[in-house]
Design a protein around this ligand. Structure first.
Ligand code: OKV
Ligand code: MN
Length: 243
C-alpha cells in the first residue's frame, strides 16, 4: 500500500478516449491501493464552470472520483491552468478537497511542497498576466455569469487562437524559471517540490532542494506514452510509476 500518489496533466476530454480509459482504469485499480491521491492540476483539458458537472463525460469522471473516495481514498485537488474554474460545486460532487497552490505537506517524515507549476513559468510574461487576470474572483464571477455555451465558445476560440499562433509550440519549449523555483524552495527549507505543467518528467537537484516533475498523460497521440504518477510509500520513498 502507498501513502500518497501524485498525478497531473491528464488533460481529460471526450476527444481523448485512450487517455480517458487509462485514467479511469488508474482510478479503479492502482489508485485503490493508496491512502491519499493528490491531483495536481490540468486533470481536465479545460473546465468551463461547475454547471458543466451534469455533462455525460464529466459525470463519468465525477462518479469514478466519488467511487474512489467511497472506497476510502482521500482525494486532494490543486487547480491547473486549464481547470482553474473548478470550484466547490465540482469538489462536492466528486468528493475531492480543494487545496491552494502551493500547499505544504508533512507525510512519512517527508517535507513536501506541491504545486501545479504554471506559476513558476515566470519567463512567459504574457501567460503570467493572463493568469493574474483569470485568477481574480471578480473576473471569475463575471465570466461564470455568462451562459455555459458562451463560456465554452470563448474557451474554444482561445484554444483555436493559441494553436494558430503556434503558442502550443512555444509552450512546449517553455519551462519553469530557475529563480522562481529557488524562491519557492527557500520559503520551505528542506522541502521537496512536486509539480506538473511542463510535461518534462524528471528529478532535478536544484540549489535549495529536490524537484520532482510529473509526466503528462497524452496517451492518444503517442503509442509509448501511457501516463504515470509519483508514489510515496509508507517509508517515505518516492518513485515514478508508469502504466
Ligand atoms: C493552454 C497555454 C493556451 C501555457 C480559458 C477557462 C477562460 C480554460 C481556458 C483557454 C486556453 C486552455 C483552456 C492553452 C495552455 C496556452 C497559452 C500558454 C503557458 C478559460 C478555462 F479564460 F476563458 F476563462 N483555457 N487553453 N499556455 O489554448 O489550450 O500553459 S489552451
Ligand atoms: Mn498545465
Amino acid at each position: 500500500k502507498a501513502l500518497a500518489l501524485f498525478v497531473s496533466d491528464v488533460h481529460l476530454s471526450d476527444a481523448l478516449p485512450q487517455t480517458t480509459d487509462y485514467f479511469l482504469r488508474f482510478l479503479s485499480e492502482q489508485a485503490r491501493n493508496t491512502e491519499r491521491l493528490y491531483l495536481l492540476g490540468d486533470l481536465f483539458e479545460y473546465w468551463a464552470g461547475d454547471d458543466d458537472c451534469d455533462e455525460a463525460y464529466n459525470q463519468k469522471i465525477i462518479r469514478a472520483l466519488r467511487a474512489l473516495n467511497d472506497s476510502g481514498v482521500k482525494i486532494f485537488w490543486i487547480a491547473g491552468n486549464r481547470d482553474f474554474l473548478v470550484g466547490k460545486g465540482f469538489a462536492n460532487e466528486a468528493q475531492v478537497e480543494l487545496l491552494r497552490d502551493p500547499t505544504e505537506l508533512h507525510l512519512a517524515k517527508r517535507h513536501l511542497v506541491i504545486s501545479h507549476g504554471d506559476a513558476l513559468c515566470t519567463d512567459d510574461t504574457n501567460y503570467m498576466a493572463f493568469r493574474a487576470m483569470v485568477r481574480q474572483s471578480e473576473w471569475q464571477t463575471t465570466f461564470l455569469a455568462k451562459p455555459l455555451a458562451e463560456r465554452k465558445a470563448i474557451i474554444l476560440s482561445m484554444r483555436k487562437a493559441s494553436s494558430t499562433e503556434q503558442q502550443n509550440k512555444s509552450m512546449a519549449i517553455m519551462d519553469v524559471n530557475r529563480q522562481a523555483v529557488s524562491t519557492l524552495l527557500q520559503q520551505y527549507p528542506g522541502a521537496i517540490l512536486i509539480h506538473g505543467h511542463t510535461h518534462r518528467n524528471a528529478i532535478h537537484h536544484e540549489e535549495p532542494g529536490l524537484r520532482y516533475v510529473l509526466p503528462d498523460w497524452d496517451c492518444d497521440h503517442s503509442e509509448d506514452k501511457r501516463g504515470g504518477w509519483l508514489r510515496l510509500d509508507l517509508q517515505g520513498n518516492l518513485e515514478f510509476i508508469y502504466i
